[in-house]
Write a protein that binds this ligand. Structure first.
Ligand code: NAD
Length: 509
């Protein structure tokens, strides 16, 4: 594995400030939220946290804005999102810079994240003319039965560090065309990216004639997320992050009968069948497992390879892992950037130690890079561990680049292994056998929300609904009909006859 040199913290700070100045989003310095970069592990700026009173005022303002925004025709609401998409196109490189500086993503993935934001804006603009309801055949003469989708209210968006901009856009672009307003609590690890997004939306609002209060930003830690969870004015809490967070947020919102949309952790597997094209499977697996330094919810964490192809596949994977360039995410040659924090690195080391204690054998990686050049940054060599069975640490999501490999004999056994973890986000099968592919994607196949054939587990397009089952939380965001989570359904029966007819032939009076 090669290593690329790092830029200085001063250079990164200046680059971030230049971007923020171009976006007219110069942050108010203060105390409480520390912007830092995993590239060097050092601090960039200290920012003011949003006080509980200011958060309360933000929810009140977003709620007041909702009362008028819901009456704006949906295609007109789409104008705001269209303008946001234009601004994202204009500032794609700027926003990608902040994503790289704060989340450590390599350049092409950071640009991809902003492209995903642009794509969801396009999708939402189209959606603004397609919020279709249904007309249902009434059993009563002279009656019309319809279903209409209405705006829901304030949407509280809680987001994770690893998609610091796209997850916000998935929620916000769709919520806004649905007639909702948004209060956003981004990860405390990525405040500058959040400020930039908030500023672009404020500009889009000004330029399209929408009220600015359709969106408010809260900067701070989980306590602000808890305020959103508990506030009855927040109709929907859309929370993306760890299962631990979901376990805390879900019951709090349920206690007040609010709605949640939970997008939590994954423990994603790929099955490699004997007929698989290994030239296609190997690079797909390397991207899914080592890309984003293993820090995607859809990262490939478990490889289930048929015993006839496991050795040949592992030869290719260990050789590719040996050549992965690790280091400066701004360097075009780099494929693996830093882990987000030292805690993430501790979790990786702990998981590797536990896997070994449980009988696993380290086949590649696992070491730390650039510790001398940047002692506060954590660059990890993506690791491959051969395991027998799927107990202990393999059942957990460690948010770092560790790929556990096991073998199987029959597809039924592989499907059972795929499904035998608490999480249910993404899965894939590599096969040239159409029967195997169909079985894997069928009702008796993978139990995940995302089921792929001949591509890896990560890198979803915005057109489909995104999310997963079991401990992943059950939420669906982004494309398809995920918009319905952001609206309330009203069923209306209109009697246009001059007779009162009761349903189910009930007679009364
Ligand atoms: P995290 O759970 O530590 O934090 C996520 C967000 O939740 C942050 O904004 C945090 O401040 C907030 N938060 C934490 N505890 C809270 C509480 N009790 N009440 C309210 N808010 C709270 O997650 P992270 O480390 O930022 O991100 C990594 C995790 O996110 C991984 O588990 C990953 O799989 C998951 N993730 C899931 C998806 C998905 O779509 N399924 C997408 C991205 C990330």
């Amino acid at each position: 594995m090669t290593t690329t040199a790092l830029p200085s913290t001063d250079a990164l700070r200046q680059r971030a400030l230049d971007v923020l100045a171009r976006l007219d989003a110069v942050p108010a310095e203060g105390r409480g939220v520390r912007a830092r970069t995993p590239v060097t592990g050092e601090s960039l700026l200290d920012l003011a946290t949003t006080s509980p009173d200011a958060a309360d005022e933000a929810v009140a303002a977003a709620h007041a804005a909702f009362l008028s925004w819901r009456a704006v025709p949906a295609p007109r609401r789409g104008e705001l999102v269209r303008r946001l998409g234009d601004l994202l196109r204009e500032h794609k490189a700027d926003l990608a810079d902040l994503v790289t500086i704060e989340a450590g993503k390599i350049r092409s993935e950071a640009l991809g994240e902003v492209q995903e934001m642009i794509d969801i804006c396009d999708f939402a603009v189209g959606l603004s003319r397609q919020l279709y309801g249904r007309t249902i055949a009434s059993e009563r003469p002279g009656h019309r039965l319809t279903e209409t989708w209405h705006p829901l209210g304030v949407v509280g968006v809680i987001s994770a560090f690893n998609f610091p901009a796209a997850v916000w856009a998935w929620n916000t672009a769709v919520a806004l065309v649905c007639g909702d307003t948004v209060v956003w609590k981004p990860s405390e690890l990525t405040p500058l990216t959040a400020l930039a997004c908030d500023r672009l939306l404020a500009r889009a609002a000004d330029e399209s004639g929408a009220p600015r209060e359709v969106h408010r930003l809260l900067l701070g830690d989980r306590a602000l997320g808890e305020l959103l969870a508990d506030d009855p004015r927040v109709a929907l809490v859309s929370a993306t992050g760890s299962v631990r967070m979901g376990r805390q947020v879900g019951p709090r919102v349920a206690a007040r009968f609010g709605r949640t949309l939970l997008e939590l952790g994954g423990n994603n597997a790929a099955v490699v069948a004997p007929s698989a094209d290994l030239d296609l499977a190997a690079p797909a697996i390397v991207f899914a497992a080592a890309g984003t330094a293993g820090q995607r919810c859809t990262t490939l964490r478990r490889l289930i390879a048929h015993e006839d192809v496991a050795d040949a596949l592992l030869d290719r994977l260990t050789s590719a892992y040996g050549r992965l360039p690790i280091g400066d995410p701004f360097d075009d040659a780099t494929l693996v950037g830093p882990l987000i924090t030292g805690q993430a690195h501790d979790a990786m080391r702990h998981a590797l130690g536990t896997a070994r204690a449980e009988g696993g054998k380290l086949l590649a990686g696992g070491g730390r890079r650039l510790a001398d050049a940047a002692p506060a940054a954590f660059y990890a060599e993506p690791a491959i561990v051969r395991v027998e069975g799927q107990n202990g640490i393999v059942r957990e999501e460690t948010f770092a680049p560790i790929l556990y490999v096991q073998t199987y004999r029959t597809l039924d056994e592989a499907i059972e292994l795929n499904n035998a973890v608490p999480q249910g986000l993404s899965s894939s099968v590599f096969t040239r056998d159409v029967g195997e592919a169909e079985l894997f994607t069928s009702a008796t196949g993978s139990d995940c929300g995302i089921v792929n054939v001949n591509i890896g587990t990560s890198g979803a397009e915005i057109g489909g609904a995104f999310g997963g089952e079991k401990e992943t939380g059950g939420g669906r965001e982004s494309g398809s009909d995920a918009w319905r989570a952001y609206m309330r359904r009203s069923t209306a029966t209109v009697n246009y006859s001059d007779r009162l007819t009761l349903a189910q032939n009930v007679s009364f009076l």
